[in-house]
Design a protein around this ligand. Sequence first.
Ligand SMILES: CC(C)(COP(=O)(O)OP(=O)(O)OC[C@H]1O[C@@H](n2cnc3c(N)ncnc32)[C@H](O)[C@@H]1OP(=O)(O)O)[C@@H](O)C(=O)NCCC(=O)NCCS
Length: 177
Amino acid sequence: MPDLIQDDGPIISKATIDDVPHIKSMVDAAFSKYIDRIGKPPGPMTADYSHIVTTQDAFVLRDSNVNGSKVVGFISLRLLLDSNSDPKTVSVNIDILVVDALAQGRGYGRKLMDHAENEARRQGISCLTVCTNVKMYENIDLYTKMGFVEVGRHNEEGFNRVFFWRDLSGGNHSVAV
Ligand SMILES: CC(C)(COP(=O)(O)OP(=O)(O)OC[C@H]1O[C@@H](n2cnc3c(N)ncnc32)[C@H](O)[C@@H]1OP(=O)(O)O)[C@@H](O)C(=O)NCCC(=O)NCCS
């Protein structure tokens, strides 16, 4: 797998253990606005990023135009199998997606999502999945705008979540969530 992907200035690379403190502070700043809505810190605020960067496909986005190539975004991906483990229903799940609170609305989230799509295609997987909290209503609009289709809502790990999938093949495809 290529370790560096350059795209018009912003660079996406594999996240390392050295990135963890910055990822954590970026996540805390970006997700803290949801605490009042949900009544507790959302899942990404309590995640173990040392574990994630060493066990999952996790990537940081740096922009050479921002404070000496500061990390301004993070995405972690995980292979998801349906209950029958049918290879045709494998998807790449976007576990955590975050952009620095001061750098949102500049297209970094879209670049990270494009990277997830490229990673899925590279692995021969034609489905992307993602979920968000019911009360993170802006993300429901955002994922819909990015081509995801809602496939269900249910409680998971104590959170009321909305689940989405996106077909990358153009054909019929389904995934259990
Ligand atoms: C969600 C998040 C990652 C998006 O990153 P971003 O860099 O701000 O997004 P972008 O600037 O790339 O915008 C992506 C697209 O979504 C659209 N969009 C952005 N915010 C939106 C919103 N609140 N509602 C609807 N669409 C939205 C943009 O218009 C853009 O569409 P376009 O590419 O067709 O112009 C970022 O806002 C964030 O970190 N939020 C806090 C953490 C979070 O909620 N993460 C997701 C958890 S499920």
